[in-house]
Design a protein around this ligand. Structure first.
Ligand code: GDP
Length: 439
């Protein structure tokens, strides 16, 4: 079993990037299996600079790692080229030696992005990132999508498709009041960017399977974007993304068989947050408390979306939702969990509330239900734990944490029955406590 998986257990922004970055050291390949440039990780480089990644896997900051953008992803070549240029500007090499792009991934075309903008201007808006994700996923499901392979197979044909898509959409853009565009120029610019990603395009499914079956099998780290509650099947539908964000999505999104899946590590953060619409059972609405929790909004770990810059809604830790994420991802006693932002818990005040179950129709449920409208009907049942005021950012051993912080971790483990093997105590790569908790 050589494909280890990192997935978010909440709604994204759990801090997956830093653990992918850390676990990369024991892997040979890092692969993205879902989503598009609507996602984002922030990795802090050894010299302290931060690197925002959207589609390129987090292994790019490490030498000797192959990074694979898998067939399950949705690719906007303009954004990918911008991202690659940005990474190179930080002095990091990006070439065919360390980056591959699946020929079977679907292309986000300019008219998808305009469609997204039009929808967001309408009554049916969903608070999307306006990156064209739902629109390209819909074309994929309709079997009308365009795949990356067309860039090298037939660039002239692709130019025609992009142009015609924009022309056909013109009346809709006009009706929605969008600025007029020069369709031919937009299409030309798209193709020019697309040609620049050609050097990375290959059959990544074949590549990954050959590497997994080699005499010395490669160790692959599958890096989940977004998170469980945004999964199109299992999340808080319809406030979800359009792809599969669970460990199961790794098999289809990379083309690897279930038998290859090894360790699945679920990442949660101590201070749940959400950007955009949708139910938030444990949301905090008290303005003063929110101010305290948000703190200094200029820091790298501020609760702002990496991709959108939108301020996040904040709440209390919600264990019924984490339990459902663990159940579907297969994270039980044999798998493990990471908890980030322990260093933020003191901002809740002298006590921190943890939601341990939900009340529904006079009864009690331990595992969250599976859709937005059902989540709207539950009320949280809380337990309170004492917090600590010591600065824990430089603590590296579990036993050196204040007793209240140790108890907080043990409390969560007791309810979820999943060991917490990694604890984030700050945004920097080294600000982590590693515990040997698996048998
Ligand atoms: P992802 O969407 O799950 O990949 O989230 P990111 O990796 O982008 O992390 C979200 C933010 O949380 C980034 O600004 C990280 O630097 C920050 N972060 C991650 N872990 C910790 C932690 O343990 N403590 C603090 N204070 N910030 C963290």
């Amino acid at each position: 079993m050589s494909v280890d998986v990192i997935v978010g257990l909440q709604r994204g922004d759990e801090g997956k990037g830093r653990f992918v970055d850390m676990l990369t050291e024991t892997h040979d390949i890092v692969a993205r299996f879902n989503g598009g440039n609507n996602a984002g990780h922030t990795v802090v480089l050894p010299d302290g600079r931060d690197l925002a990644l959207h589609l390129v896997p987090s292994g790019i900051a490490h030498p000797d790692i192959m990074n694979v953008i898998g067939n399950g992803t949705l690719v906007n070549p303009i954004k990918l080229v911008e991202e690659i240029d940005d990474i190179r500007a930080k002095g990091i090499e990006v070439s065919r030696k360390n980056l591959m792009l699946s020929s079977a991934a679907h292309l986000i075309l300019p008219h998808h992005i305009y469609d997204d903008q039009i929808r967001e201007l309408s009554k049916g808006r969903q608070g999307s990132t306006k990156a064209g994700i739902a629109q390209v996923a819909s074309d994929k499901a309709m079997r009308a999508g365009i795949r990356v392979e067309l860039i090298s197979d037939d660039p002239e044909g692709l130019l025609g498709i992009v142009f015609e898509g924009l022309m056909a959409q013109r009346p809709l853009r006009e009706e929605a009041g969008l600025e007029p565009i020069d369709e031919a120029a937009v299409a030309k610019d798209y193709i020019e960017h697309a040609k620049r990603v050609c050097e990375f395009v290959t059959d990544t499914v074949l590549y990954l399977n050959q590497q997994l079956r080699a005499d010395e099998p490669a160790r692959v780290l599958a890096e989940g974007a977004q998170a469980f509650w945004l999964d199109v099947d299992h999340g808080m539908y319809p406030f979800t993304t359009s792809s599969s964000t669970t460990s199961g999505g790794v098999c289809t999104g990379l083309g690897v068989a279930p038998a290859f899946i090894g360790q699945v590590t679920g990442i949660a953060k101590a201070i749940p947050s959400h950007v955009g619409g949708g139910p938030f059972v444990t949301e905090i609405t008290d303005v003063e408390q929110l101010k305290r929790l948000h703190g200094d909004m200029t820091t790298i770990d501020a609760e702002k979306g990496t991709t959108t810059g939108r301020i996040r809604r904040l709440g209390h830790l919600d264990l019924p939702q984490i339990r459902r994420s663990q159940m579907v991802n297969g994270i039980d006693g044999q798998q493990d969990m990471a908890l980030t932002k322990l260093d933020w818990v003191h901002r809740y005040g002298d006590e921190v509330k943890i939601c341990v179950a939900y009340a529904l129709n006079g009864g009690r449920i331990e595992i969250a239900p599976d859709a937005a409208y059902k989540l709207e009907q539950v009320t949280p049942i809380y337990e309170s734990l004492p917090t600590w005021q010591e600065d824990i950012q430089e603590v590296r051993q579990f036993d050196d944490l204040p007793q209240a912080a140790q108890d907080y971790i043990t409390f969560i483990e007791g309810i979820t029955k999943v060991p917490i093997s990694l604890i984030g105590v700050g945004p920097r790569r080294d600000q982590v406590i590693v515990r040997d908790v698996l048998d």
